[in-house]
Design a protein around this ligand. Sequence first.
Ligand code: ATP
Length: 210
Amino acid sequence: MLSAERIGHAFGGSPVLSEASLALGAGEIVGLGGMSGSGKSTLGRILGGHLVPQSGRVRLDGAPLPPPGVGRPAPVQYAPQAAELAVDPRWRIGRILANGGTPDPEAIAALGVAPAWTDRHPSELSGGELARVSLARFFHPGLRALVCDEITAQLDALEQAALLERLTGVARRRGLALLLVSHSAGLRARYCDRSLILTEGRLVPEAMPR
Ligand SMILES: Nc1ncnc2c1ncn2[C@@H]1O[C@H](COP(=O)(O)OP(=O)(O)OP(=O)(O)O)[C@@H](O)[C@H]1O
């Protein structure tokens, strides 16, 4: 459904990705690991349409990703690290959840976002609560795939598990393809159907622990 074919990308002449390829099916949950600086966020941004790769291509159902359009949220979304940096601190939670369009009530409820938070500002939520809000804003009825970049790195173990249970549950119910970027091999093994490791610019399958 979502594929990246021989993606190559360099910054200032330093190659980060070289012939990185992957394919995600509907409803599939795939982990992405790799050393710090190996290019996981760069690949996530390319898949989400934030960055155009210097070579290779991203396809959704065999066609190029649609160009970003006003009033038409993209079918592939990239949720960045550090929720507190990715939301405007002056906006109330209700406005953040709408994300320039219409909030998605099913995802908001499934991710455990409380209606009582609507009128608060980001600083008036805990880190775990804000992580839920930050994720819920990427959902919309046309969403097909979501790249989550270390979205639980700053949460304690309980909150991490709660968010990932909710996220993987809603992804499976809606047939979303989910790419979970994480440094934690344990997290990848627990929540993902399979995992890939980014190394020297390429993606290789991760051996699943027995
Ligand atoms: N806009 C940019 N300009 C220049 N270099 C960049 C840019 N974005 C990323 N890089 C470099 O590309 C490399 C890969 O970065 P990236 O953030 O994709 O790695 P990562 O695997 O996600 O790392 P981490 O696990 O630490 O988050 C790094 O060396 C980084 O400094």
